[in-house]
Write a protein that binds this ligand. Structure first.
Ligand code: ZN
Length: 258
């Protein structure tokens, strides 16, 4: 029980830090200085207005001074971070894998939200993520360095292949190279099977949401979705339940054979 309380509080504080990264990295700002301030009136945010989730509710989602709206992603990230840590904990307890996976989940959250708002996937997150995943593979038992490298190349390579087909068919660049770099990171941490699973899941979700926007919201078929925002939850799902889904799928397949 103490462990769970610790993870919740740590996750809430860590989520606040992730919000700082999400806001500052696309603007090229330092992540340490200056202290947080309102982007509209530039007044510094007092510590009692910076309590995860609670402050957002008390301030009704507005700056205390100028009443500018605080993006909903702030409480969402502060909620999703401890939630994802608890889900990882429920499967792996407080192991080395737990801490590594919390880092991985944090990178996914930051990338997913930044891609949603800015349609970019910053190298500041993906490149250290790839390096950490490869270094971590030297210590973990479930994925060797070779498997991590194969995972990275298979994940990124298959996405590049899809982009190539898309380019040939529509003579138009579909998506940015940031998604490919993000797949390098996902593959290096999850291995090639789960990297494929992540791609399939993200593509299905992207196609469903894209169809919804085109048919229900009458957006143009050229309407581009931020693919990293789909890769992010898909990779997290693969991290937690990918092996189970794959095992269930394989046993189903075996049972269907005569
Ligand atoms: Zn303000």
């Amino acid at each position: 029980m103490e462990e769970i309380i610790f993870i919740v509080f740590f996750g809430l504080a860590w989520g606040s830090f992730l919000n700082v990264l999400i806001y500052r990295i696309p603007l090229g700002m330092s992540i340490i200085k200056p202290p947080s301030s309102c982007p509209d009136c530039e007044k510094n945010i007092k510590y009692h207005d910076n309590i995860p989730i609670i402050s957002f509710v008390l301030l009704k989602g507005k700056c205390r001074y100028c009443k500018a709206k605080i993006p909903f992603s702030y409480p969402l990230v502060e909620f999703l971070t401890p939630l994802s840590f608890l889900l990882i904990y429920s499967l792996h307890s407080l192991s080395f894998f737990f801490f590594a996976s919390c880092f991985f989940a944090s990178a996914l959250i930051v990338l997913g939200v930044i891609d949603f708002y800015h349609q970019i996937i910053p190298d500041e997150i993906t490149l250290p993520g790839i390096a950490l995943a490869l270094i971590y593979s030297l210590f973990r038992k479930d994925l060797s360095l070779n498997q991590a490298l194969v995972g990275a190349l298979a994940g990124a390579g298959s996405l590049l292949f899809i982009y190539g087909l898309y380019y040939l068919l529509r003579k138009k660049e579909g998506l940015g190279m940031g998604d490919v770099t993000m797949m390098l990171m996902i593959g290096a941490y999850l291995g090639w099977q789960q990297a494929f699973f992540t791609l399939i899941l993200a593509s299905l979700a992207g196609a469903l949401v894209g169809a919804f926007f085109i048919f229900c919201k009458k957006k143009s078929p050229q309407y581009a979705l931020p693919f990293g925002t789909f890769l992010s939850p898909a990779a997290f799902f693969a991290l937690l339940w990918g092996e189970k889904v794959l095992a269930a799928y394989l046993s189903l397949y075996k049972n269907l054979l005569p």
